[in-house]
Each structure stands twice: as structure tokens, then as C-alpha cells.
Design a protein around this ligand. Structure first.
Ligand SMILES: Cc1cc2nc3c(=O)[nH]c(=O)nc-3n(C[C@H](O)[C@H](O)[C@H](O)COP(=O)(O)OP(=O)(O)OC[C@H]3O[C@@H](n4cnc5c(N)ncnc54)[C@H](O)[C@@H]3O)c2cc1C
Length: 625
């Protein structure tokens, strides 16, 4: 065999399935439901329960209490807590989003394996494969698209797998001669943002790239790509993955990193959750903290449409000149009521430095008092970065957040803390259930999404070419036109143009759509209500309003889509009805992802809506097409 033929042969061998396909499973295959005679017997379930140390649990549907006994004390207590993401996360039968009009509504699995380790996961995977069951995986439960719930399924629930180990000099297995040791943290698959930040930042004095929302699961986040408030500096969460332990469809516990199973490793970095296997733990690179993290929060209202158009143009130009760098992330909102809402975070700037950055924009606004007004206070400040997620520190420096005063105007008072300013407004909400952990907190800004029912949701990466001088006016006009239908959120931390070269290099070596590398922002347009759920009297989703809203969201996005040929969307924050999802989510990476899927999961045990390989299955993931 000549060298070329040999290389071709090993190249294709590398993509051969790791487990043989079962011939009968190729076409017309249907997974079993509890109503099928071939559903596993009680003794089979008992064997699984024994194999996972008694951690097989029947899954309840907590919302049913609102139907069966809506006026009882239990229903009242549950309703009062339904906006608590920790309560939802503790229920194997619930998800943070309750559903999406005309798309899905959350449903419990029949049984869940409350996994403790990779061994439990492997038992559950083998049981599902051998019994032709629909398998679903849930970590933090934050999927907007409902990919962590399915009726008539077996759930692998990782909630309690949240061991955390810090390393000063981690080397991925097998990479001893190729990669230098580096600070890292190993997280169990069920770890949520707040747990990781507490260990890595508050206690460890380092930075780990998780999500902006403190209750998002790290395993789901990383497999979708993953952005946090400071991603413009540190990059994509998946870019910081050094190693994963993962159970594949054959039940094998594998290590995936740059040296072992590198194809699987690459696919786990942004190829989508619940698709290539079940991650049991992951090790993430730790980064250095700057001295300060900060905020810039204020709202400018324009007196007329014309003035608003000019305000957007001014902001686009100001952004390009002063904010288009790794120091500024998070959001600006362009709204139908002619307000521009700034909710941005800074990295590495003191309060004085941050104020200086914004001064020329605020001066521009102040020069036209008949056209522009500031609604509420301008809040620009910084705090020591190490305390950003330090709940105890916030409580000590600012007792009102522990005991919020309902009559306080949240934006009125600032006070000095040394050189920096703290914002005297309640930023966290707390889990007030008896016995709740002291760090069970979430940013108030994320509270609206707990238990919501989505009407419409779309996203799109905006290339930095739109910030060039000759394009700024087109961008600003498109934003104005779009905002006539719905509010547009520009998430600057979710596009990596302007990020440091090393952050871009790490993100380039992931499966995420390469569009993110040259995007200055991810535009997100969404509408919802909540909490709501079909069949619960008084809390039925408003289907007609939802459809109208979806139409508005779509029209709003169309204006922006016209600016960008072949736009990309962020898999974790996008439209359930995304057309051509393969291209939108993964662009040129899709072909390679599909090959890796065929290699590690040739029979499609792992199915999620609009996931890699999902084209071969019915919408519910039960029937092979
Ligand atoms: C309120 C809210 C705020 C958000 N904020 C951000 C943000 O700031 N930045 C951002 O990038 N995204 C954000 N997202 C999107 C979020 O990152 C994704 O939805 C992510 O997939 C959630 O992971 P999870 O574990 O919490 O959710 P889950 O619903 O449990 O899981 C999501 C997907 O990953 C799969 N999965 C979970 N665990 C595993 C595992 N161990 N192995 C294999 N597959 C697994 C599930 O099967 C499912 O398909 C937000 C979502 C919500 C609802």
C-alpha cells in the first residue's frame, strides 16, 4: 500500500463507528413507550436500580398539583416558588423554560437515574440502548428548545454530580509531552455557574468561563459553545475545555482531550448537548482575574423617531470607537419605545476609567435635552473582580440585598467603596427555601426567564464589517427598522471580534459556527410570558398572542438578516423553528460533526431537537425515518 492509500485508509478507519450498527435499527425503528408490551419489566427496572445504587427514581410532574388541588397549601407554596431557579433545578420533572408556543411543553420522563458518577451513567446508557428506550440528559435544565426533557423516556439527571477540584498544574491525560501544566478546575457534570464561580473565583482567586446566568449548567453550556459576561476577554467557554470524561453510546467511559479521542473532544466543544455522549466531568482552564469587574447601566429615551434614529447611529459609532474591545461585554437594547438601554459589563477598568470611556457619549446626549432624556440614574461602577459572585461579600457590604426593602427605588443611591462605586440596588435574588445553600443566588436580570413560556426567540451573529465607517449607517437604520417590531438585544460578549488573539484561537478550535469569530455581537430578539403551562386554569399560555409575537420577532430579525448573507445563529439561544439549523448553528463545521456523530453514536441513541444527526428521526425522537 502506498503512503497516500495508507493515509486514506487510516483516515476513514478513524471515522468508522466505534460500535457495530444493529441491522434492524437502521430503518423503521421505533423506540419503546410504557404502553408497549416490550417496555422493560419491573424486574428489569429493579436490576437497573440495583446497578445504580438505588438511584433510579420515578419522575413526578410538580406542576400537576396546580391542576389537581389548585387551592391547596401545597399548590400555593409551589406557585410562590415557581420563579426560583434552584427549586426548578431540584426537580427532575421540570425545566427552567416551561415551553414554547406551537413547539413544546415540558414533560417528565418515566424514570430518572440520579447519577453519582460515570459508572451510573454508563449503566443507564446501556439499559436505554439494550431496551430501545428514548434517552434524555439533564444538567441545569436551561435548554430553551426543550432538549433536556421528553415524555416516555429514561432521564440521566446529573444535578447532584457537582464535585469540584482545583488544580495548580493540570495536564490532560496523554498530553504529558505536548501540553504544559496549567491552572484548571475539574467540575462534575451537574455543576452550575454559581458553584463554579464560588470555587474558582471567590475562593480560588481565578476566573473560570461559565455563563452569565448563575444557574446554567456548565456541561450544557460548554457543549453549546457558551458565553459569559466577560467572554469578550476570556472567549468561548468551550474554548477553555481541557478534558472531558464522557460516556458514549456503547456505555464506554472515555477520556476526551487534545491527545485522546480528539475528534470527540472537538465535537463536545460546541457541537450541541445531548448528542455525542453523556459528559460526566469536565476540566476547564483557569484564567487570571483583573483588579476590577464593573457595570455601565443607563437608559436614554428619544423624543421622536427621528431623534431615535440619530441616537442609534451615534451609539453604533461610539461603540466602534470606544467599546469594541475586550473590556466591554453584555448588552445594549434597541426598543420599540425609542429607548436605548445600556446594560454592559466592563473588564479591568476602575470606576473612574469606565466613566471616562462613556463621557463623550453622555455629553452628546446631554447636548440635546429636548431630544434625549436619561431615564433613572446613570450607574457606572466597578468592584473588586474577586467579589463579583461573592454573595457573602455583597451581603456584608450591602445588607439590603439580603433583606431587600420593597419601597426602595433601586437606582437612586450610590456609595463610595474606596476608589470604586457600588450600585446600591438589589442585584441578586435568593433561594429562600428552608435549608437552601447560602450561595443559591441569581442575578435579578435573569429572573424573568425562570418558568417562562416562550412566544418567539431568534438570534443572529452580526459581523464586525457592519461597524466599518461606510456600513454603520446601514446597521443603525436596520436596527431602527427592526425595533419597530420588537426590542433587539445586542449581546456584545457573544461575538468574539475585538477579543484577544488567544481567546479567538481557542474558539477557532471548537465546533461552534466560525461566524462567531468575526462577529462583534449576537443579536437576540425574544418574547414570552410566564410562568404558564397548558391545561393549568388561570395559567394557560396565550397561544394567539404568542403567535403574533413570534411573527413580530421574525419581522424584527428579517431587517437584520437582510444585512448579512448566510447568517449564523447560536445553537443554545435560537429559534426552535430555525430553518437550515445545520448551517445556522455550525456552518462549515457541520459535515465533520455529522461524521463524528456516526462514529460514536451510529444508531442515534442520543437525540435532541435540531441536534447533529436529528434529521434522521421523527420530531419526538422515537421513530427512525
Ligand atoms: C435563563 C437562561 C440564561 C442563559 N444564559 C446564558 C448565557 O449567559 N450564556 C450562554 O452561552 N447561554 C446561556 N443560556 C443558554 C444555556 O447555556 C444553554 O441552554 C445550555 O445548554 C444550558 O445547559 P443546562 O445544563 O443548564 O441545560 P439542560 O437543559 O440540562 O441541558 C442543555 C442540553 O445539554 C444536554 N446536556 C446537559 N448536560 C449534559 C451532559 N452532562 N452530557 C451531555 N449532554 C448534556 C441536555 O441533554 C440538553 O440537550 C441561558 C439559558 C437560560 C434559560
Amino acid at each position: 500500500m502506498d503512503r497516500r492509500a495508507f493515509l486514506r485508509a487510516i483516515g476513514s478507519a478513524a471515522l468508522l463507528p466505534v460500535l457495530p450498527r444493529r441491522p434492524w435499527a437502521i430503518t423503521n425503528f421505533r423506540r419503546r413507550r410504557p404502553s408497549d408490551a416490550a417496555w422493560p419489566s419491573q424486574s428489569a427496572w429493579k436490576r437497573l436500580d440495583d446497578a445504580v445504587g438505588g438511584n433510579l427514581i420515578p419522575v413526578n410532574f410538580p406542576l400537576s398539583i396546580l391542576k389537581t388541588d389548585p387551592t391547596g397549601a401545597a399548590a400555593k407554596q409551589f406557585s410562590e416558588n415557581l420563579r426560583n431557579p434552584y427549586l426548578i433545578g431540584d426537580q427532575p420533572g421540570l425545566t427552567q423554560t416551561l415551553g414554547w408556543v406551537d413547539a413544546w411543553a415540558t414533560k417528565p420522563s418515566v424514570y430518572a437515574v440520579a447519577a453519582r458518577d460515570a459508572h451510573d451513567i454508563s449503566e443507564a446508557v446501556n439499559f436505554a440502548r439494550e431496551n430501545d428506550l428514548r434517552l434524555v440528559v439533564k444538567g441545569g435544565g436551561h435548554s430553551y428548545q426543550g432538549t433536556s426533557n421528553a415524555p416516555d423516556s429514561l432521564l440521566i439527571w446529573t444535578r447532584h454530580m457537582n464535585d469540584i477540584t482545583m488544580h495548580t498544574a493540570f495536564v490532560p491525560q496523554g498530553c504529558e509531552h505536548t501540553l504544559p501544566p496549567q491552572p484548571a478546575v475539574t467540575l462534575g457534570a451537574g455543576t452550575i455557574g454559581m458553584q463554579a464561580y464560588d470555587a474558582a473565583t471567590t475562593k480560588g482567586g481565578k476566573y473560570v468561563q461559565g455563563g452569565g446566568c448563575t444557574t446554567v449548567g456548565l456541561a450544557g453550556l460548554i457543549q453549546g459553545g457558551g458565553f459569559g459576561s466577560f467572554s469578550k476577554h476570556y472567549g468561548l467557554a468551550a474554548g477553555s475545555l481541557l478534558e472531558a470524561e464522557v460516556v458514549t453510546a456503547d456505555g464506554q467511559i472515555r477520556v476526551a482531550n487534545a491527545c485522546a479521542n480528539p475528534d470527540l473532544f472537538w465535537a463536545l466543544k460546541g457541537g450541541g448537548g445531548g448528542t455525542f455522549g453523556v459528559v460526566s466531568k469536565m476540566t476547564l482552564r483557569l484564567h487570571d482575574l483583573p483588579e476590577f469587574f464593573g457595570v455601565a447601566n443607563f437608559t436614554v429615551k428619544a423624543a421622536s423617531d427621528d431623534a431615535y434614529r440619530r441616537l442609534i447611529r451615534e451609539f453604533v459609532s461610539f461603540y466602534q470607537e470606544h467599546l469594541f474591545n475586550d473590556q466591554w461585554g453584555e448588552q445594549a437594547h434597541v426598543n420599540p419605545d425609542n429607548t436605548l438601554v445600556i446594560q454592559m459589563n466592563s473588564h479591568g477598568l476602575s470606576a473612574e476609567q469606565a466613566k471616562k470611556v462613556w463621557q463623550s457619549f453622555l455629553d452628546w446626549v446631554a447636548r440635546s435635552p429636548h431630544e434625549y432624556s436619561l431615564e433613572g440614574r446613570v450607574v457606572i461602577g466597578s468592584i473588586p473582580a474577586r467579589h463579583w459572585w461573592d454573595v457573602q461579600w455583597w451581603k456584608e457590604h450591602w445588607p439590603e440585598i439580603a433583606f431587600p426593602n420593597p419601597n426602595a427605588n433601586p437606582l437612586t443611591a450610590l456609595f463610595d467603596y474606596g476608589l470604586v462605586h457600588l450600585i446600591r440596588q438589589p442585584v441578586f435574588d435568593f433561594d429562600k427555601r428552608p435549608g437552601a445553600g447560602p450561595n443559591n443566588a441569581w442575578w435579578k436580570g435573569d429572573g424573568g426567564q425562570v418558568g417562562w413560556f416562550i412566544w418567539g426567540y431568534e438570534s443572529m451573529w452580526l459581523p464586525s464589517s457592519l461597524l466599518e465607517n461606510n456600513a454603520q449607517e446601514h446597521l443603525a437604520d436596520a436596527l431602527f427598522t427592526s425595533s419597530r417590531y420588537s426590542g433587539v438585544g445586542l449581546h456584545f460578549n457573544k461575538g468574539l471580534a475585538g477579543a484577544p488573539p488567544d481567546a479567538i484561537a481557542r474558539a477557532s478550535d471548537t465546533a461552534t459556527n466560525p461566524a462567531l469569530l468575526s462577529a462583534f455581537a449576537l443579536a437576540i430578539v425574544a418574547d414570552s410570558e410566564g410562568p404558564a403551562y397548558p391545561g393549568i386554569p388561570g395559567h394557560e399560555p396565550s397561544v394567539a398572542s404568542g403567535r403574533e409575537a413570534r411573527e413580530r420577532v421574525d419581522r424584527c430579525m428579517s431587517g437584520l438578516r437582510a444585512l448579512v448573507p448566510n447568517p449564523g445563529a447560536y445553537v443554545s439561544e435560537s429559534n426552535y423553528f430555525e430553518k437550515g439549523f445545520q448551517n445556522s448553528y455550525w456552518g462549515s463545521n457541520y459535515t465533520r460533526l455529522a461524521e463524528i456523530k456516526r462514529k460514536y453514536d451510529p444508531d442515534g441513541l442520543f437525540f435532541v431537537h435540531n441536534g447533529v444527526g436529528s434529521e434522521q428521526w421523527s420530531a419526538d425522537g422515537f421513530t427512525k425515518l
